[in-house]
Design a protein. Structure first.
Length: 409
């Protein structure tokens, strides 16, 4: 869900709006430059802030040189991405290469606005199955994932050591550690339970790890995860303010020493690095019972090839996109942005070079695409999830009734 990241509430609403795309060509007929040498491509992405803008530019430049084109790049804020895509589609000015957030790909692909990468024989066999789940619609792969991110548990190493606490691996251990680490204005744990896609995103690891499923939100497993959240807040180990905190707020609490642990993602690492007095480490999201697999949502952006009607440019755009999936490109971008290459074969080499990403790399291997089961219907489920969490944490509904009341809204 992606300012530097993914799911903000504004972007979420853009995805919810029914999409009406106008393909610029049928794909059967040639465009203006069919048969001509393609010397330039247009690219639209949402890495509009530094340092990400410059980091991505370096990646773009390398692949542009490799495929022999110049790039005309346009950047827009993440919150404006889908609206920009809608406008460009209606005016038949879609770019040759388009960046989407991975939950958006299926929705856009169903409109016919994207071309399947298989049409250009782009090899996606090296990519992990979970990363392809997010970009596959009706058996066709419509995008090549950039290095991915997910959620993990950050902990203040000094605070845990002083309290004689080992990094928690289970819910019981997390609950006990959070209680012991809560004192004065310091809470044991912080997470985001905001009424946005970030709130749903942060609940998913607990729901999925416990065997819950977005196709059945009234199951005991889903309610069990919600009860765990409620217990943490009601016990005082987690601030009641989490219903208003986004993930940046959670990071600020952690850096200020007001939270000994936090649920967050590797995009916060640059901010943490600016405060060397705060010593930290990470582990995977704790499980309810030993033997369960820590399962978190898979985040990250995707390069796609829009259907512009210019067959020669579409083919060259696919060549550019294929370049972004090479080992060199994935490792360079992953190291620069604290994101995990989406090919499992690269993980050992990546962790050796970026050891701080070891837990996140393991978490990515078992991560799930949010749209993997529901496709374009995912936004409705996400809204129900964060609404139910809000209701339960604020006393607006019992855990038993929270999801049914949220769905009714």
């Amino acid at each position: 869900m992606n300012t530097r990241r993914k799911m903000t509430a504004v972007l979420a609403m853009a995805v919810v709006v029914p999409l009406t795309f106008t393909a610029c060509g049928s794909g059967a007929g040639g465009g203006a430059s069919s048969g001509a040498e393609v010397k330039s491509l247009t690219v639209l992405d949402s890495y509009n802030n530094e340092p990400d803008k410059g980091i991505l530019q370096a990646s773009i430049d390398k692949c542009a040189a490799k495929v022999g084109v110049t790039i005309e790049r346009t950047t827009v804020p993440g919150k404006d991405r889908m609206q920009t895509v809608l406008q460009r589609s209606s005016s038949k000015t879609l770019p040759d290469v388009l960046m989407l957030d991975n939950p958006e790909v299926k929705d856009v692909a169903t409109t016919g606005a994207l071309t399947p990468l298989g049409d250009y024989r782009v090899d996606t066999s090296a990519f992990a199955g979970n990363s392809l789940d997010a970009v596959t619609q009706d058996g066709q792969v419509y995008g090549l994932p950039l290095p991915a991110d997910t959620l993990g548990l950050f902990y203040n190493t000094d605070m845990l050591a002083a309290a004689g606490i080992a990094p928690p691996k289970t819910w019981d251990e997390l609950k006990a550690a959070a209680a012991k680490l809560t004192k004065g204005d310091q809470y044991g744990l912080a997470f985001s339970a905001a009424a946005t896609y970030e709130g749903a995103w942060q609940f998913l690891p607990f729901m999925w790890t416990n065997g819950g499923d977005e196709t059945k939100l009234d199951s005991p497993e889903v309610k069990g995860a919600l009860q765990f959240f409620v217990d943490l807040v009601n016990s005082g180990s987690v601030s009641k303010s989490v219903v208003n905190w986004n993930q940046a707020d959670v990071k600020d609490q952690f850096l200020a020493g007001k939270a000994a642990m936090m649920i967050n993602g590797p995009w916060q690492i640059p901010a943490l690095a600016k405060v060397p007095s705060v010593k930290w480490n990470t582990v995977q999201i704790p499980v309810n019972k030993p033997g369960q697999t820590p399962t978190a949502p898979l985040g990250g952006m995707v390069w796609t090839v829009p259907r512009t009607g210019d067959k020669a440019k579409q083919a060259k755009a696919a060549e550019f996109v294929a370049c972004t999936g090479t080992e060199d490109s994935q490792l360079a971008l992953g190291k620069a942005r604290n994101t995990v290459p989406t090919q499992n074969d690269l993980h050992e080499k990546y962790v050796a070079e970026v050891p701080a990403m070891a837990a996140f790399t393991k978490q990515v291997e078992n991560a799930r695409a949010r749209t993997g089961k529901l496709g374009k219907d995912w936004p409705k489920a996400a809204t129900t999830i964060y609404t139910a969490v809000q209701l339960a944490l604020t006393g607006g509904a019992s855990v038993e009734d929270a999801f049914s009341k949220a769905a009714a809204r």
